[in-house]
Design a protein around this ligand. Sequence first.
Ligand code: S3P
Length: 441
Amino acid sequence: MSKLVIFSKQIINFRKKIYVPGDKSLSIRWVLFSSLANGVSKAKNLLMSEDVVAAINAVGQLGIESKIINNTCEIKGKGLDGYKYKKNLKINAKNSGTLGRLILGLLINTPYPIKMIGDKSLSKRDFKRISDPLSKFGAKFELKNNKNLPLTIFGSSKLKPIKYIEKKGSAQCKSAVILGGLRTNGNTFIKAKKSRNHTELFCKSLGLPVTVIKKRNYDKIKINKAKKIKKINYSIPGDISSSSFFIVLTSLMSKSELVIKNVNINDSRIGIITILKKMGINIKFLNKKIYKGEKKADIKIISPKSIKAINCPTNLNSGAIDEFLVIFLVAAKAKGISYFKKLDELNQKESPRLKWAVKILSYMGIKTISTNDTIKIYGNPKLKLNKKIVIKNYLKDHRVFMTSVIAALSFGGKWEIHDKDSINTSFPNFLKIINEFKTDD
Ligand code: S3P
């Protein structure tokens, strides 16, 4: 049987200070950039989760050595042409869309075909969104059902720059093309709907030939071939997506206060903060700093007296894309009907998350009306559960697991939540931190 956790007790008020592990998006990008740098790059507080270890193993298969000493990871890059590997290479991206998609941008000049596989969840996800633009550079792809993993990439030695319009607000698509552009002579142009911009900020702090012109609703990005990547020493701040579970936990409590220390608060990632503030939650950033072009701060959350419903502006979607499941729990306790729109990308994640949201909320007795890309949530400020709820067969989506745990602790009831190992992809010590809340007075 899949490993199961049972929760049967709500937690009580708390006043706490916690740290969450390093940011996943930054950790994977650090591994990929370092693998092409000249010399030994070092990262402190790299997220040690299955997705990031899969990235370290993937570059390892491309001939790049790494080691982990205490809290520091070292990667020995051998320059932009330093990948050395045999024919018939097979890379396993496991559960990680970010790894699977971004690394393909770096492999468009591979001299030998490379096969990519992933786990059951990743094998259901769309890779055509990556193979389409990367094919325009001159690489070729074979994909299962023309869309999925396993895929094989056939590189080209005659790459040509491309023009690409990114319409989904996907940072993974945008980043794969930026990385492809860094391998290609001539100017590659991207017009990208707003999405997280960590790749662009990495390029900027490394002095790579990437320029960004920010417009109101999109960015114009110009990329030219990189000549050299300097080694990168990076101290990875905490992950706002991991923080979000505790931000919501505090929002659903009364008379509680939480400080989450040293979290990345990149403007393109803080949709959850804007949304929850609109819903009446008191959230502040303390000790703000800029590090390698990225903003970071301590986040202080004070639980509210009541929660307002929201008609969520769609321009906040991309900045909160990984947080909606847990945000919906706040809407479940709001006074009134909340409305979220244009969320088709949610069903493209590790599991079809909009569908899972509807299921979990209905198990909780919360009325929803949903379509393929919208959800209306009828909030109940007095929500308190005492029935049994079983969460299983959700493609081991880590965020479904963690959202269910937060619901159990906030609303009560007897929850049987399966597949606890799912947390290992992004937040291995999640339950350990949760236990600290359970024992608090
Ligand atoms: C990520 C981008 C987002 C996000 C994912 C991480 C990244 O995916 O959901 O968890 O690090 O670039 P999309 O680009 O598919 O929106």
